[in-house]
Design a protein. Structure first.
Lengths: 337, 258
């Protein structure tokens, strides 16, 4: 079997992340990395929609929230054991899959902007349910719950999340490189043409939405457990926007990009808010954050990975002395029209 | 013999405008028929009605005697009606090979395989390469489609259409917007397909020399109506057609409008 450069880099990065806690056991670092991994999973799931299928959804938080609440409620109402936690992940994924299937079937027939609006409405619906169903969700205030004993150690949870991330990454990587994954890309590139080739594009958009929903639900489950707390914030637009920005900043349609995006954004949030201790102006860190976003989108419209890929192609084509190679990738704007 | 494709009173209206007006036509099997007519005659709309992109206001299309009225464009492609588009319509950010490979994948019904790597389907890649060679595009197989010239994109369109291996090919102005040097290559490709003798081809074109050279029969559309249908010789000698092209009918039409 031929081992590719990508596989080698994957295992090197994975190995260093496994070793890292033994080299530097700073609690803050472990918590930050766990958070990055969780949002990395969420951002990758969003990339399946935005980057691979060309669907803009404003309701992705809905699936994240379903996972978060399922885990939180099950651990609160029943025993806080590892089995229950695993069961809650599966239950959350099941619900998220069912709901994304139904919502997808109902809405994905619509043109992109109508679809985006409708997903916003659906996710609003879930937010209202979480606010009003106080007997279970404790309304806006949310509730705390106990984590399974095994996860009392932050480090165990770190490894668990890292394992989830690795498995999801491999699974999604295989998925986007499967024949079905290629059709998703075709839908993104030109939906009408995909139809005229005899593919029922609705089916593929629903498949993408179910896969993305299930993965987002896993991220939600892990997120609520990492905080041992859940409230309605997991269902708000902020979560969807975070996923969207991580994907765009990292590079849409790359899978690795969103992971990197999650890292950059989570770290920037952490660093900027940390600066507030010394410089009061950074208490308004969100403003600086906004500026960072604008600069990134202006100067790296293809995201970090997209821009790196461009540089690589330019370098390769210059080496080959062939200036007419994929270096002239069209602008991202074109790609999503 | 039952025609492979036929329309009955096929009509579509957009508001007050009748773009295709009670067209009845028969298409014998393994036949090459060209559709001609001035701009706005309803040629592409007629194609859209056959391929299912548009639904008729009245009338129906029959493929091998079966009504297509309730069939979607996707279903029609799967039944055996493939079409190319007047405005090049490919997947811009994929490579040339990948474009054709997607079409072959559709033909081979590889639709819901979620985990096997797409490159492991060797036969599909080979078939795609074979088609690219046929349309003289194999040297560009790894180029992104956006990098192709207009003529090359048209060739790619044809390769994708052939990949679907449908019984009927609907070619909408395959040489539209091409430079004179590029036309013979396309002409050659169409001739090869015709000479292979297993396809029924419906062709919209403006280049008369090409039409006369290739067609078994020609139909003329004018203001959405079928003006004439016959062999190239019959059409050339048809007075109504001559008037239409020389402007006689058009003048009459204008006077009516006034």
């Amino acid at each position: 079997m031929k081992i590719t450069l990508q596989q080698i880099s994957f295992f090197l990065i994975l190995a260093s992340l496994v070793i890292l806690p033994f080299v530097n056991d700073s609690r803050t670092l472990i918590i930050l990395l766990t958070q990055i991994f969780i949002f990395g999973i969420l951002a990758m799931s969003y990339d399946i929609l935005l980057g691979y299928t060309g669907i803009v959804s404003f309701g992705h938080a809905m699936f994240f929230g379903i996972g978060a609440y399922t885990t939180a409620v099950m651990l609160k109402q029943m025993d806080a054991t590892l089995t229950m936690f695993l069961l809650s992940i599966v239950t959350g994924m099941f619900f998220a899959g069912m709901i994304s299937f139904l919502v997808g079937l109902l809405t994905l027939r619509l043109k992109s902007h109508f679809f985006a609006m409708l997903t916003l409405a659906f996710s609003g619906l879930f937010l209202v349910v979480a606010e009003k169903w106080r007997s279970v969700t404790y309304g806006n205030d949310g509730f705390t719950f106990r984590a399974p004993d095994i996860f009392k150690e932050r480090i165990t949870f770190y490894f668990f999340v890292l394992a989830c991330l690795a498995v999801i990454f491999i699974a999604l990587y295989r998925f986007v490189n499967s024949p079905t994954g290629r059709i998703l890309i075709a839908v993104r590139e030109n939906e009408q043409r995909t139809k005229s080739l005899g593919f029922n594009t609705l089916h593929y958009k629903v498949i993408a939405s179910v896969v993305a929903g299930i993965v987002a639900s896993l991220a939600g489950s892990l997120y609520s457990l990492s905080l041992r707390f859940v409230n309605t914030s997991v269902l708000t637009m902020d979560i969807t926007l975070d996923a969207l920005l991580m994907t765009i900043i990292g590079g849409v349609g790359t899978l690795v990009g969103p992971l990197l995006g999650a890292g950059v954004i989570e770290y920037a949030q952490h660093a900027l808010s940390g600066l507030a201790r010394d410089y009061p102006i950074f208490e308004r860190w969100i403003i600086f954050f906004g500026i960072l976003y604008i600069l990134a989108v202006l100067f790296f419209p293809k995201g970090i990975i997209g821009s790196l890929r461009m540089l690589f192609w330019k370098w390769r084509s210059r080496r080959k002395g062939n200036k007419k190679s994929p270096a002239a990738l069209p602008h991202k704007k074109e790609r999503f029209e | 013999m039952e025609p492979i494709l036929r329309t009955e009173n096929l009509t579509i209206r957009f508001g007050g405008h009748t773009a295709v007006d009670h067209v009845n036509f028969n298409m014998p099997e393994k036949h090459l028929k060209s559709i001609i007519g001035p701009n706005g005659a309803g040629k592409t709309t007629f194609f859209n009605l056959i391929s299912g992109e548009l639904k008729p206001t009245a009338g129906d299309v029959y493929f091998k005697g079966q009504s297509l009225c309730q069939k979607s464009a996707i279903a029609r492609t799967r039944m055996g009606l493939g079409r190319s588009f007047q405005i090049t319509n490919v997947f811009p950010n994929l490579t040339v090979l990948e474009n054709v490979r997607l079409a072959v994948q559709s033909k081979e019904k590889i639709r819901y395989q979620l985990f096997r790597h797409y490159k492991s389907y060797q036969a599909i890649t080979e078939k795609a390469e074979e088609l690219l060679t046929l349309v003289l595009l194999n040297n560009k197989r790894d180029a992104l489609t956006t990098m192709l010239s207009h003529g090359e994109k048209r060739k790619l369109e044809i390769a994708m259409l052939l990949a679907l291996d449908t019984e009927i090919l609907l070619l909408d102005e395959p040489t539209a917007g091409m430079s004179l040097e590029e036309v013979p290559a396309i002409l050659e490709v169409i001739r090869t397909i015709k000479n292979n003798g297993d396809k029924t081809i419906l062709l919209i074109e403006h280049k008369m020399d090409m039409i006369l050279d290739l067609s078994d029969s020609i139909m003329v559309l004018f203001n959405g109506q079928l003006l004439a249908d016959g062999t190239p010789d019959e059409i050339m000698q048809n007075e109504t057609v001559q008037n239409a092209y020389l402007g006689g009918l058009y003048d009459e039409h204008l006077t009516e409008v006034k």
